[in-house]
Design a protein. Structure first.
Length: 318
């Protein structure tokens, strides 16, 4: 019988995916929130670890897996992985690249429309029976998207796809990146604060790392202003939640639409209690084609690693 290499499963994945993995690998797990104390003895044989990017995969865990050569993240995020520690130990780290970027961009555009055009207020208004025949209690007037200015914090794959969709709505597009891009026609702003001052709607689609932690803070929200809206499809840590709650409660900004949160799945009651916020449960990438693409890329990275070939989508070191 051909020996099957051991793969440690560090999160709850769909049975269909686990079944496909089991054809080629000896699976250890699934286990929840792995740490050194919770690892079963057979985990020491694992050559690869499959996980979710938001789960902690630190140096201590890597050291507890002496044969580990690959950390494969399902999805595009890898903020929970200590990439520097992995590199120092010669461990490859992969993610799903931009496989879900179209799905997330579509969802982001939906959130932009929902918050800017106050769709949920209209939904509540109708369900409450306040629309009767030709008599309607007037809802607050909202501006149309045409002519509005969309500021994109993080013009990567997702941000670029949102920009193209927003342009079809006749919106103005500006962005802030670490570096200006020469391949796009959009207005570049050297600081996030400058972008927020200019924008009517601020979209957060930046990669989650130390540089973006709480980048959207009280000062940025004040710059966005009382007619401004915030949309976040990146990671919760990019926004200072306390500052956001205060800004929404005080009317410092008009509204927000959030798909991600700092301490998922816990969402602050202060946000839940606000009518000016659209809240969704980190579902932007949950589209069938995106999930299949993420699965296929992770399987392809595992196959390449065990065959001694270059992996398809290594995470960037810098």
């Amino acid at each position: 019988m051909t020996h099957k290499p051991t793969v440690l499963v560090a999160a709850q994945f769909p049975e269909r995916l686990l079944g496909r993995l089991a054809h080629h690998y000896t699976l250890c797990g699934p286990i929840d929130h792995p740490d050194r104390a919770a690892l079963p003895p057979e985990a020491r044989e694992a050559r690869a670890l499959i996980t979710l990017g938001g789960l902690t995969t630190d140096a201590a865990l890597m050291d507890a897996l002496p044969r580990l050569g690959l950390i494969a993240c399902f999805g595009t995020g890898f903020e929970g992985v200590d990439v520097a520690a992995a590199r120092a130990r010669g461990i490859l780290v992969t993610h799903a690249g931009d496989s879900n970027s179209t799905a997330v961009a579509e969802f982001a555009m939906g959130l932009i429309v929902a918050t800017a055009r106050d769709l949920l207020r209209g939904d509540r208004h109708l369900r409450a029976g306040r629309w009767r025949g030709d008599i309607i209690e007037r809802l607050p007037m909202t501006p149309g998207l045409a002519g509005q200015r969309l500021g994109i914090y993080g013009l990567g794959s997702i941000g670029t796809k949102v920009a193209r969709r927003a342009a079809a709505f006749d919106m103005g597009i500006g962005y802030h990146n670490r570096r200006q891009r020469n391949d796009v026609p959009y207005t570049y702003f050297p600081t996030l604060l400058d972008l927020a001052r200019w924008a009517d709607i601020l979209l957060v689609s930046v990669r989650a790392d130390a540089a973006s932690h709480h980048a959207v803070n009280r000062e940025v929200l004040e710059a966005l202003g009382p007619k401004g809206h915030l949309v976040n499809v990146s990671r919760g840590i990019a926004v200072d939640t306390e500052a956001l709650c205060e800004a929404l409660e005080a009317g410092t900004i008009a509204g927000a639409a959030l798909d991600v949160y700092e301490d998922e799945p816990d969402v602050p009651q202060r946000l839940i209690g606000l009518d000016s916020v659209v809240l969704t449960p980190h579902m932007a990438a949950i589209a069938g084609n995106a999930q299949r693409a993420q699965r296929d890329i992770m399987l392809a990275n595992l196959e390449a690693f065990f065959a001694g070939r270059p992996v398809l989508t290594p995470v960037p070191w810098g």
